[in-house]
Structure formats: structure tokens, C-alpha cells
Write a protein of this length. Sequence first.
Length: 324
Amino acid sequence: MLRKILIILLTGFLTVSGTYATHNRAGEITLSQNTADPFTFDILIQTFTYSRSAADRNELEVQWGDQSVSIAPRTQKLSLPNWYFWNQYKTSHTFPGPGTYTIVVQDPNRNFGVLNIPNSVNVIFSVKTTIVINTGIGHNSTPILLNPPIDRAAIGQIFVHNPAAFDPDGDSISYKLTVCTEENGEPIEDYTLPLASDSLYIDAITGDLIWDTPVDTGVYNIAIEIEEWRFGVKIGSIARDMQIDVHSTDNRPPQIMPLHNFCIEAGNLLEYDILATDPDSNGITQYATGGPFLFNDSPATFDPVLTGRDSMFQGSPGRQPAPM
């Protein structure tokens, strides 16, 4: 009888631990410079959290990199599939003058069971962004990242993800892998990249994160540094922390025809077809993201044309969908 009671109690404890395990899964910080005051910036903090956790934040503390700290209230909270909350926090700040500032946001803790972060449930989650303020270089807002920092991959299949970064000032953007961070934006000491059967890297120019290929199921976190350049000088960077959930499946991804490197004169119209086919004869839904779809003047469009079990899409999407 005593043995049966102990088993029941242990089972109940494990259930509670899984339900209340905390909670931060991914996130990033972006900044927009005020047009009237070059030292004032609006901040947007986006976090993706485990929706089954009891931990939840209505506000986050911001370390501005100028010895000051303030609070950013949550302005939006959306429920997404696969146990995600998408949280947005906004506030503004006036820096004391020109300089290079690293903004850090941290919150206890990461979600349970991240395989490449030892004891992740007890590791503080943090993200950081660096901005250069200098009236000599002109207006400087950070890039905008149009694809969310959450995705799903499959064992034995090549995984490709692109942050879809777009710079509102027209600055150049480069990409590199970095280390996920903990308290005060410091690198996690025992952090490792996820294992790959061949390689895991990011294309510095296109931003394609390529994982060839995942070798085990589970949850992994990867940090991507998006660097901003003007006239060959680095003027800012965003450290994005993203989470990838790897599954085992027999389903194969769609195949998309290669795109050409188009070069046309500014102001001219470019139209082209994109053909995608599915090796398992499943239905396909495609959408597009990118800076051209955000323009008010001459915006790009993306018009789907369905043909049987495969999909052909012509032209250029209107609205980008919410993260999946």
C-alpha cells in the first residue's frame, strides 16, 4: 500500500512540474529612431513564451546601456499553435547623447527541456540589440525582422529558415551565428549548437539558416546576429534568439523551383511565376514576406494561382500571415 501511494504522489509531482515549467522560448529587440529628436527611440520587444506555463509577464525591464533602466508594458498578447504566446512590449527612451548603446532585456527563465542549453529551465532568458547614435551618419533605426523566431524541423531533412530582415533606412545587412545569452546579456557558458549530420550554418549575405540535417527530436535554441552596415561601417546589430522544434515525420517538404538573380532598372515592373510541387502530393500554401511588400508606393504583390495538388503563384503577397 505504501509503494502505491508513493507512485501516485511522484506522478502528480511530475505533472505539476511540466505544467508550471517556465516559459521564454524566443525573442528579439528592435528600435525606431524618432524623426523629431535623434536621441529618442521607440523600442519593440517581442517574446514567444510557453503558453502552458503559469509564468506570464505584463511588463519587462529594459536596460538601456546608458546606466538607466525603465519598464516596457505589454501592448499585445496573441495565442499561437503549438503552445506559444506571442508577446509585444513597447516604450520609448531618450539617450543622453551620441554613442554606442547595447540594450538588454532579460527575464527568468527559459522553457524546460532545451536540449542544447543545459538545465535550461533555470537559465535566465535575455536578448540584446546594439545601436550607434551619431548625427553625422544620419537617421538610424534597426532592421525589421519579418519572419518570427520560431519554426519546426524534421529529422533527416534539410531545414532552412530566413529571418527576412528589412532595413527601413536602406542599410546593408549581414548575418552570423552567435551564442544564446543569459543574465545581463552574457553568453551561456555551456551553450552548444545543435548536432547536425553534416553542417549547421547561416549564409552571411542571404540570411538563410541551413541545418543539414537534424539528428534528434526535441527543442533547440539558436542565436542569430543581424548586423547593420552603412558605407562599410557597422552601425548596429540585433541578437535574435530563436527556437526550433524538431520532429520525426515521413512527410517531405515541398520543392520550389530555383529563382533567378533578377536585375532591372528602378521603377520598372518585374513579373515572374513561382512553381512549387509536393513529393507526397499534399496541398501547398505559399506566402511571401519582404521589405517590398511594406512600401506604400509601388508595393509588391503576391497572387496565388492553384493548379491541382501542386501550387503555382504569380507575381508578387499583400499581407504577411501571423507566425505559425
